[in-house]
Design a protein around this ligand. Sequence first.
Ligand SMILES: [Zn+2]
Length: 408
Amino acid sequence: MTDGFGALAPTGLPLNVEYCTRCVISNQKPISSNESQHKINDKKKTTNFEGGVCDACLWAEEKETSIDWNLRESELIELCNKYRKSNGDYDVVVPASGGKDSRYVAHLLKEKYNMNPLTVTWKPHKFTPIGLENYFSLIDSGQANILYSPRGDVQKKLTSLAFKNLGHPFQPFIAGQRVVGPATALKYDIKLVFYGENVAEYGNNKDDNYSPLMDPGLYTCFDFSPDTLNDYYLAGVSLKDLIESYGITLNDLNPYKSPSIDEVKNAGIEVHYMSYYRKWVPQENYYYAVKNTGFVPNEKRKDGSFSKYAGIDDVLEDLHFYMQLIKFGMGRCTWDAAQEVRTGKLEREEAVALVNKYGSEEPYNLMDEILEYLNLTIDEFREIVDRFRTPHLWRKDGDKFYLTYPVK
Ligand SMILES: [Zn+2]
């Protein structure tokens, strides 16, 4: 074993690994939490299993059997009628990466429900060529857009720290992405914000799917002020320490600052999920985005999976999924395959074969760019990665690591 193997691995994961009998995720899947309190070596909460079936699969069944989607659409029409502006101003903010899901949401709101969306993009760490092409084609397809960028060098510094401290290079990005919708709404006096899917689609508490609203705790949790910098964490470091020890200024952190709960309430801002109103099927969003908005998938499958159309905008996305594999034993292929099983596009047996074939790959196609971004050599990179390998999920044979409990 290398030095430090598992030293910073997540804690709180169940020691017995149990796979869902319907899809391919295991009980190691973490559920999302308040990112402003995310510290080093945090204890994780994991997804719920009932009778061998994961929450996401139980929800997938409810989507087919107990939701009246026509009724949900009439609720959506009513919501749009309430917020639609007739003076030509923007009336809904759609946080959008240029990926298939946000294109679907923005296009639908504009063309089918006659809204006037303003899309807003939290800048990726480093656009892939296809990501950049899709970002501009989103705008060219008829969507107004604001590109919201923290300083690139600060973003890089925070991402590097989040990788080294939390094994979660995307953490500052996720924090920013959650803030950017409501913050833009506040700035432009828009009352309605639409995100795509509730994360509960994939395994947070399934009952969360019965609310159209995003939990305000998720997008108001970075409402720091100069007096409270010690109480908020980004990249595993308190904001106070980031300023005192890492050469970051308060001004640099302000793009990550969220509206407070009172600001959101007083402004009357509501943050909704489209997955509440329309049955969320990622492949269908993909077909829709290609047909109606000129979305282009990746030329070849992404490393670590079989899929070409999800998570293709940002070079660092490949690392993000890889670190999930390292920490939870499940990466890009598991998420792709699991949701395709749930939506009836793949049989479980095929999904298992795909995960075992592609699931443990390093992101080798983009590795040079990842290393350049993080300013690391491959050896330094692997040493950091190994610190986050969860000991009960990995075993070493020769100089290679293998999953102790691959999906069967
Ligand atoms: Zn499942």
